[in-house]
Design a protein around this ligand. Structure first.
Ligand SMILES: [Zn+2]
Length: 190
C-alpha cells in the first residue's frame, strides 16, 4: 500500500505530532551542508531571511533546526527527570514525535534578540512572517489557541516548511494546522 504523504517521513507534508510518530522512528533526513536543515527548508530559510533584511525587519537566525532521534531522546529524558512527566513533556517531545527530527522545522529569532526565541512573537519580523511566510513555504506550526489540536501552546518561533503550494492553500482557506487541513485526529496528548 502506498502511504499518504502525511505519513512519509521524507515528505514535505509529513505530519508529526503526539499521536503520529515518525516512521521509521529514528528517521534522519539528508541535511544541507551549510545549515542544520533539510535542503528545501534551508533554501526557504535563506530566502525569507533576505526578504526580512530587505524590509528592515531584522536579521533572521536559526535557534534550532534538525534534531536527531538520539538528541531528542536526551532532551526529553533530561526534562522529564527535572520536571516530572507532565511538565517535562510539555516542553520536550518524545523522540520520534518531534518535527525537528524531519529537518523541516526551524526555531527562528532575530539577531537583535541574540537569537533567543522567548520574545520573538512580539517582533515585527514575526508579524510579517505570520502574514507572509506562506510565500516562502512556511507555516507557524503551533498557532495561538490551537493547543487542543496540535498539542503545543503558541510557538511563534517554530516554523515548519511544507512548500509554497500547501502553505498558500492553507493561507487561502484560512486553515491553520496540518491536522485540520488533512482531516487528521487532533493530538493534544500522547
Ligand atoms: Zn521548534
Amino acid at each position: 500500500m502506498r502511504l499518504h504523504p502525511t505519513a512519509k517521513a521524507e515528505s514535505l507534508w509529513v505530519v508529526v505530532n503526539k499521536k503520529r510518530r515518525l516512521n521509521p522512528v529514528a528517521y534522519g533526513p539528508v541535511l544541507h551542508s551549510k545549515i542544520n536543515l533539510a535542503p528545501p527548508a534551508a533554501s526557504a530559510f535563506w530566502a525569507l531571511k533576505a526578504e526580512l533584511q530587505r524590509r528592515g525587519l531584522g536579521t533572521l537566525c536559526l535557534n534550532s533546526g534538525y534534531r536527531s532521534y538520539g538528541s531528542q531522546k536526551s532532551i526529553h529524558s533530561a526534562r522529564v527527570a527535572a520536571l516530572g512527566k507532565v511538565a517535562g513533556e510539555n516542553l520536550a517531545a518524545r523522540p520520534g514525535h518531534s518535527e525537528h527530527q524531519t529537518g523541516l522545522a526551524a526555531d527562528v529569532s532575530i539577531t537583535s534578540l541574540e537569537c533567543r526565541i522567548g520574545n520573538f512573537g512580539s517582533t515585527d519580523a514575526y508579524k510579517w512572517i505570520a502574514a507572509n511566510g506562506h510565500k516562502y513555504g512556511f507555516i507557524v506550526r503551533y498557532p495561538w489557541k490551537l493547543t487542543d489540536v496540535t498539542g503545543y501552546v503558541w510557538e511563534p518561533w517554530h516554523l515548519r516548511f511544507v512548500g509554497k503550494e500547501l502553505a498558500t492553500e492553507m493561507k487561502n482557506r484560512k486553515i491553520k494546522t496540518l491536522e485540520q487541513f488533512f482531516s487528521l485526529p487532533s493530538a493534544p496528548s500522547y
